[in-house]
Design a protein around this ligand. Sequence first.
Ligand code: HEC
Length: 166
Amino acid sequence: MLKPTLFALTSIAALATADMAVAKENEAEISRGAYLATVMDCGGCHVPRGADGAPIEGAGLSGGSIGFEIPGLGIFWPANLTPDDTGLKGWTKKQIVDAVRTGVRPDGRMLSPAMPWPAYAALTDEDAETLATFLQAMPAARTTAFPPAKDGEDAQGPFFRVTLPQ
Ligand code: HEC
């Protein structure tokens, strides 16, 4: 009688240790992903800003308030990268990796070069997946960013424009 009980207890302990090891590994991957997002400055564009231009605390990477005009293409606001339905909810890790490295969204649209994916194309598989793991682990937040405006369409919010001196 004693033996099976001991066996059961030992296997529960073994399972708990294995779970803790997986949780630790996940935690380590998420914090390395956060580090990559910081040094690659995702927040420089994807964090919303208040009227004073300062990043809104606690808003995370829920979408930039200042768009980028790309002449001939339109105006593009940095999208919500959190797992909300106004963000990357429903995207697989591979779809996130592809968007970041090749600029192709799951619906086939090419991201405008306002998103510096050509520079991110050099990410290793491991780093790209680690970055995606971090994005998927962020708390979901609704976006205040605008959808892209086509060339010639009125802007719905503030944006950067490059002009030449007249
Ligand atoms: C210089 C500004 C800038 C930086 C830095 C930047 N992004 Fe972006 N990103 C954008 C813009 C602008 C868009 C929207 C482009 C479009 O709609 O064509 C975008 C779109 C995206 C998309 C597509 C989302 C969607 O719903 O279409 C993903 C994914 C993404 N960025 C991830 C990242 C990650 C991860 C980082 C950091 C490693 C990052 N971006 C850094 C500007 C930036």
